[in-house]
Design a binder for this molecule. Structure first.
Ligand code: MRU
Length: 358
């Protein structure tokens, strides 16, 4: 029997029989494809915290389905009591990771359903929560496809494209954000050459992006993070496409650590640098990137993980921020599902939201 490729598995979904959130355990990729069915809120929290499910859009979808799964288990018909317990569960999931705003965006959307439908009874509210979570899931596919269409217009056949971390199908439901133009280009015979930064310390580029793009039959070349300048100098790439975890209203964008270094190099070598961001990743409440909370992670991710032996001296001091902020000046454009925003971003992002709410 033919083995399924990674592209045929859903990154995040809901199992109506088990009443469970289902995810691919991304910490095991590319060696092993294992699906996890999660029904306990502690396991859902841990899956997000440990990056079993990761990437801003996928975190949002997982949080929405996860909160629904947990809310369905609240055993009361008293609406007030239901709402109290719902809020506690929502608050708990909010603490799983701080940077990707999609987590908070999705949980807020879920709470809005409860608030809007008070008086309809707990049973009906649970049904509506299910509908909302599935809508967040389904919309992600369409949003990413539209980002792909706008992104593809910025590229030419045969282009070399550099990407960092994983803003792919594994970070969303389908297509991904930064990879959406690559998937659409692949379907339409653009013949792109994709360069993938391995992305230390957790190797999302090597383990996830290289894996899924190669499974799609693309021409993929994996490089170490410190090779980006070399391939730019040699003109092997004509554009950089990355995803992001949160964009501030002035256009500053937080993405996986190392992104701002790639952007600075691209600026030096005059290579266009695009951020791909669904509007759910744009936080118009923040004035600039300095307000984006940046997650710091365990030092063992740098000193021990992925190697059998310790690879750094005992007791060495370690700094391990998970994300960095790329200044708006280094960003050529922000590709959203409503078009491409260009500087000055205060205005162009505002127009993107006007279009969204038209
Ligand atoms: O720590 P991770 O793996 O969740 O970080 C993911 C990224 O930084 C992605 O580039 C970002 O979330 C965009 S995903 C479409």
């Amino acid at each position: 029997m033919r083995r399924k490729t990674i592209l045929e598995y859903e990154t995040v979904s809901f199992d109506p029989e088990k009443r469970a959130l289902v995810i691919i355990d991304q910490t095991l990729l590319p060696g092993q494809v294992r699906l996890l069915s999660l029904t306990e809120i502690e396991d859902i929290w841990e899956a997000i915290y440990l990056l079993k499910v990761r990437g801003a859009p996928a975190i949002g979808v997982a949080a929405a389905i996860g909160l629904y799964v947990a809310a369905e288990q609240i055993d009361t018909v008293d609406e007030e009591l239901f709402y109290q317990q719902f809020k506690e569960k929502k608050k708990y999931l909010e603490t799983a990771r701080p940077t990707a705003v999609n987590l908070f965006w999705a949980l807020e959307k879920m709470e809005a359903v409860v608030k809007k439908n008070r008086g309809k009874g707990v049973g009906e509210i649970k049904k509506l929560l299910n509908r909302e979570a599935m809508q967040i899931h389904d919309e992600d596919i369409e949003v990413c496809r539209r980002i792909g269409e706008y992104g593809l217009k910025l590229l030419n056949s045969g282009d070399g494209i550099l990407t960092h971390c994983n803003a792919g199908k594994l970070a969303a439901v389908k297509y991904g954000t930064a990879t959406a133009p690559m998937y659409l280009g692949q379907e339409r015979g653009y013949g792109f050459h994709i360069y993938v930064d391995e992305t230390r310390p957790l190797l999302q580029g090597a383990r996830l992006t290289a894996f899924e793009l190669a499974a799609a039959g693309m021409d993929v070349t994996l490089i170490c993070d410190n090779m980006a300048a070399d391939i730019m100098k040699k003109r092997l790439v004509q554009a950089v496409f990355v995803g992001c975890d949160r964009v501030a209203s002035n256009g500053d964008a937080a993405n996986k650590i190392g992104t701002s270094g790639v952007a600075a190099l691209a600026s030096y070598y005059r290579i266009p640098f695009y951020i791909c961001a669904p509007t759910s990743t744009i936080d118009m409440t923040l004035k600039s990137g300095s307000e984006i909370p940046i997650e710091e992670r365990k030092e063992t991710e740098i000193t021990e993980m992925w190697y059998e032996k310790r690879m750094a001296p005992e007791n060495i001091k370690v700094y391990n921020p998970c994300f960095d902020v790329t200044e708006k000046e280094l960003i050529t454009g922000i590709v959203t599902e409503y078009g491409v925003a260009y500087p000055p971003y205060e205005e162009s992002l505002r127009r993107i939201f006007e279009k969204k709410f038209e």
